[in-house]
Design a protein around this ligand. Structure first.
Ligand code: HEC
Length: 301
């Protein structure tokens, strides 16, 4: 018991005088607890990354906006509307470089800047404030995100963003990744229970236009890396940030994922027998991404 008691006392001593949720001058936030378990900084950074991807899916305390974001009418090239225009990634990119990066061309082009430079130049406090409209009043998310969401996003921006130019070459391929080492990571973490031996057990697209790990890793390696690191919003997918996978792990995993099939294998006689007795496709259906919202360990007290 004594072992358990000591960290608890230390937690009270260090955490209570700090006001949770507001960034101090030291560029740190006070630690949080949920049902007696400490939420680690890695967990919050990972959650921040999921909010960056799709905040409505990540935070179950917020309403999905129907209208366009206030800054959206500053551009006319990206034709998306509604909630899509509110996702951080839609304006700032999966590579965090906005119009200086992958979204510099194509249907996602807006001309908006990235967050990569801001991540290096702004403090945690300033990043937090920029999501409350400090630098541009139309960039105020407080009507949609609560203090915990905003502080997790700021933590991700400050400490979670990586330079994807060091992971992915100009052809979109893994930079010096070793597929064999990647396969070991894949087999241990992604295959069992979820994506299957060749990454086709979950279809991210639909029947007409299926999308599997192999498809996404080639089509959008920046999105692939973001999601492998932060986790997939609204699901219990593991997070490379929480698992402490380093840059080399990520490049290896990408190299392996890019070799995975883009189609499901042909049905074998056994699959056809399963279908005939009404069991076929069960594996597929049970793994179709669902509409859940919320991050694994909830952050509300
Ligand atoms: C509709 C497009 C759009 C969306 C959505 C959007 N931003 Fe921005 N963001 C901008 C623009 C434009 C600027 C530059 C604002 C300015 O300086 O006038 C900006 C600036 C920033 C900055 C730098 C602050 C500064 O002023 O230099 C950060 C950090 C940032 N955004 C993070 C985020 C995060 C995190 C989200 C998601 C919660 C998000 N943004 C969603 C368009 C967007």
């Amino acid at each position: 018991m004594r072992f358990l008691f000591l960290p608890f006392v230390l937690f009270i001593i260090t955490a209570v005088p700090l006001s949770a949720g507001s960034p101090g001058d030291s560029d740190e936030y006070a630690p949080m607890k949920y049902e007696g378990t400490e939420i680690t900084e890695d967990m919050r950074i990972s959650r921040g990354g999921q909010l960056y991807d799709n905040w409505w899916r990540t935070s179950d305390k917020t309403k999905k906006p129907d209208d366009d974001h206030l800054l959206w009418n500053r551009q006319s090239t990206n034709k998306r509307d509604g909630y899509s225009t509110w996702r951080c990634k839609e304006c700032h990119g999966w590579d965090y470089r906005g119009s200086d990066g992958v979204y510099g061309t194509g249907s996602h082009f807006t001309g908006f800047q990235g967050v990569y430079k801001a991540s290096g130049m702004m403090t945690l406090k300033e990043l937090d404030a920029s999501l409350r409209g400090s630098t541009n009043k139309d960039h105020d998310f407080t009507g949609h995100l609560n203090d915990d969401d905003i502080s997790d996003l700021a933590l991700f921006l400050k400490k979670g963003i990586v330079d994807l130019v060091a992971f992915i070459n100009t052809d979109g391929l893994s930079l010096n990744g070793d597929g064999e080492s990647g396969q070991i990571l894949f087999t241990k973490n992604c295959m069992t229970e979820c994506h299957g031996p060749d990454g086709t057990a979950i279809n991210f697209g639909n029947n007409e236009k299926p999308e599997y790990i192999g498809t996404l890793a080639v089509k959008n390696p920046w999105e692939f890396i973001h999601k492998v690191r932060a986790g997939q919003p609204g699901t219990r997918m593991s997070s490379g940030i929480i698992n402490r996978w380093d840059d080399r792990d990520m490049r290896n995993l990408l190299a392996y994922a890019q070799t995975l099939p883009k189609k499901q294998r042909e049905k074998s006689w056994f699959d056809r027998v399963l279908t005939a007795v009404g069991l076929g496709g069960k594996n597929q259906e049970s793994h179709v991404p669902h509409e859940h919202r919320g991050f694994g360990p909830k952050l509300e007290q």
